[in-house]
Ligand binder design. Structure first.
Ligand SMILES: Cc1cc2nc3c(=O)[nH]c(=O)nc-3n(C[C@H](O)[C@H](O)[C@H](O)COP(=O)(O)OP(=O)(O)OC[C@H]3O[C@@H](n4cnc5c(N)ncnc54)[C@H](O)[C@@H]3O)c2cc1C
Length: 454
C-alpha cells in the first residue's frame, strides 16, 4: 500500500457527482460494483483513465458478499489438469497475502477417507500444488488420533488463504476513488445506447428515485450473475451462454464446530468438496452448487441446509439446524456448457466489440488477473497505453477505529448510505458475529437517521 490521502467519499460526493453528470464525458463506464467491476475500475483509474462505476445496490451486494471468502489456488482443479489456472490463482493468492492486510494465509486439513482422493493421489496433488506456489515440501499425512470419525484415516495439511469478500471489494472501490474514479452505489443502469462515438447510459438513482444520463466512450459489463441480462440489454437482445449456480453457506458459533485449521472434505452424500472455515467466533460451512435460472434467487431452501448439516455431521456429529446463526447465498456466473454446475469452468470469458466489453465468470481470487485482461482489451479498443505490470494495487486501508468513530468513517470515506451497508457489508456482522451485531444496530441506525435528517 502506498501512502495516499483518503478523499471524502460519502452521500454528498455521490449527490454532487449525480448532479454534474451533464458536464462529464467518461472514458469508461463500468456496470457492477462487485469485485470484478471494482478491480477493473482500480486498474484503469491507476492508469489515468476517466472512469465511472455504477452499482445498482451497495458495492459488494451481489456474489461478492456470498462467496466462501477463500483466496485459493483451487486444489481440486488439479484433478482436471488445469495447471496453468492453478498457477495463476496461486500467484494471485500470494500477491494478495503479501501485499495487503486483508488476505491472510490459513492452514487447511484435507481429510483422507473413503470419499476423498486416495492417499497417494493426494500426496502427489499437494506436491504439485506446492511446486506451483514455489514451495518445495513433501506432504505428509498426519494420523487421525480420534479428532475425526473412524472412517477418516488422517489428513494432509496445506496452505491457502482467506479474506473478506466485501472488504476486498470495497478496498478496491475506495482505491479507485483515490485514483480519481467516480463510484456510485444505488445507481442502476437501465439501458445503454451507442450514439456517434459515445454511449449514453440511462441510470436510475435508487436513493432519490430519479433518472439521469451518463456519457462514456466504452462501457464495461461487470454485472456478475446479471451480466447475461445486461448483455441482452446492451447487445440488442442477443443471448450469451451463461449458466447460474447457487451456493449457500451456513454459519454456526465456533464452539458448535470447533477447529483451528480449515477443513476440506467430500460430502458422503454426493462426493462434492466442502469447506469448514473457522472465522473468529464463528465457523462457516459450505457450500452447495445447483443450477438456478434467476440471478435474484437468493432463497435458502431446507433441502440445501439439510445437505450441509448432514454432510458436516460426519465431522461434528451433534451439529443441528438450531445451531445456525446465519446463512447466506451467492450465485456463480458460469460461462459454458455442462450437465452439472461442477463441470463448467470457473474461468473468465471476455467478449467485446467497439463499444462494449462484457465480462463473464471469474473468481474472487484472480480478480486482479481479470482486471489486467480487461485493461489490455481497453488498450486495444482505445489506442491508449495501459500499464498492467504488478497492477492493480490496493492504495487504501481502513484505519484502526471502532464503534461510532468507525461507522462514521465508513459513512464518510466508504460511502455507506444505509445502515445495512455497514451492518451487512462493511462490517458483515451477520456473518462474523454470533449476535449478528445486535448491540451495534441501534447505534448505527441512530447515526444514519441523524445523517439523513441534515
Ligand atoms: C457460493 C460461492 C462461493 C464462492 N467462493 C469463492 C471463493 O472462496 N474464492 C473465490 O475466489 N471465488 C469464490 N466464488 C466466486 C466469486 O465469489 C465470484 O466470482 C465473484 O464474487 C463475482 O464477482 P462479480 O463482481 O463478477 O459479481 P457480483 O459480485 O455479483 O457483482 C455484480 C454487481 O453488478 C450489479 N449489477 C447488476 N446489474 C446492474 C445494473 N443494471 N446496473 C448497475 N449494477 C448492476 C449487481 O448489483 C452486483 O453487485 C464463489 C462464488 C459463490 C457463488
Amino acid at each position: 500500500m502506498q501512502d495516499a490521502i483518503t478523499p471524502p467519499f460519502n452521500r454528498d460526493t455521490r449527490e454532487n457527482c449525480i448532479n454534474t453528470q451533464d458536464q462529464d464525458i467518461y472514458d469508461v463506464a463500468i456496470i457492477g460494483g462487485g469485485i470484478t467491476g471494482a478491480g477493473v475500475a482500480n486498474i484503469l483509474s491507476e492508469n489515468g483513465v476517466k472512469v465511472i462505476l455504477l452499482e445498482r445496490n451497495d458495492f459488494a451486494s451481489g456474489t461478492s458478499s456470498g462467496s466462501s471468502k477463500l483466496i485459493h489456488g483451487g486444489l481440486r482443479y488439479l484433478a482436471e489438469f488445469r495447471f496453468r489456472e492453478v498457477k495463476t490463482l496461486l500467484r494471485e493468492r500470494d500477491y494478495l497475502a503479501r501485499n495487503t492486510n486483508i488476505v491472510k494465509y490459513m492452514n487447511f486439513r484435507i481429510l483422507i477417507d473413503p470419499y476423498s482422493w486416495k492417499k497417494r493421489t493426494m500426496r502427489a496433488g499437494l506436491f504439485i500444488y506446492n511446486i506451483l506456489s514455489k514451495r518445495i515440501s513433501v506432504p505428509r499425512m498426519s494420523k487421525n488420533n480420534g479428532e475425526y470419525g473412524k472412517e477418516v484415516a488422517g489428513y494432509f495439511t496445506y496452505r491457502d488463504a482467506f479474506s473478506d469478500d466485501c472488504r476486498l471489494t470495497i478496498y478496491n472501490i475506495v482505491s479507485s476513488v483515490i485514483h480519481g474514479a467516480k463510484c456510485l452505489n444505488y445507481c442502476e443502469v437501465l439501458n445503454a445506447t451507442p450514439t456517434e462515438n459515445l454511449i449514453e447510459l440511462r441510470v436510475m438513482d435508487r436513493v432519490k428515485n430519479r433518472e439521469f444520463n451518463v456519457k462514456a466512450r466504452i462501457c464495461i459489463n461487470a454485472a456478475g450473475p446479471w451480466s447475461g441480462q445486461v448483455y441482452r440489454n446492451l447487445e440488442n437482445g442477443n443471448n450469451v451462454n451463461l449458466r447460474l449456480s447457487k451456493g449457500i453457506h451456513i454459519v454456526v458459533p465456533h464452539e458448535k464446530a470447533p477447529t483451528t485449521d480449515a477443513i476440506v472434505f467430500r460430502s458422503h452424500l454426493d462426493r462434492r468438496q466442502m469447506f469448514i472455515i473457522p472465522r473468529g467466533e464463528v465457523t462457516i460451512i459450505g457450500t452447495t452448487d445447483n443450477f438456478v435460472d434467476d440471478p435474484n434467487d437468493f432463497n435458502i431452501s431446507e433441502i440445501d441446509v439439510d445437505y450441509i448439516i448432514q454432510s458436516a455431521r460426519r465431522i461434528y456429529k451433534d451439529l443441528e439446524k438450531n445451531d445456525i446463526s446465519y446463512s447466506f447465498a451467492g450465485i456463480r456466473p458460469l460461462y459454458g456448457n455442462g450437465d452439472n454446475p461442477g463441470s463448467i469452468s470457473r474461468g473468465l470469458t471476455v467478449k467485446y466489440d467497439k463499444y462494449f466489453i462484457n465480462i463473464f465468470g471469474g473468481k474472487l481470487t484472480d480478480y486482479r488477473s481479470a482486471a489486467r485482461k480487461v485493461a489490455k482489451i481497453y488498450e486495444k479498443l482505445s489506442g491508449r497505453k495501459i500499464n498492467i505490470k504488478n497492477m492493480p494495487v490496493i492504495d487504501y486501508e481502513r484505519p484502526d477505529l471502532n464503534g461510532e468513530r468507525l461507522y462514521r468513517y465508513e459513512m464518510e470515506h466508504e460511502c455507506a448510505i444505509f445502515s445495512e451497508d455497514i451492518i451487512r457489508r462493511r462490517e458483515a456482522f451477520d456473518v462474523y458475529r454470533v449476535d449478528r451485531g445486535a448491540s451495534e444496530i441501534d447505534v448505527i441506525n441512530r447515526m444514519m437517521r441523524d445523517e439523513n435528517s441534515h
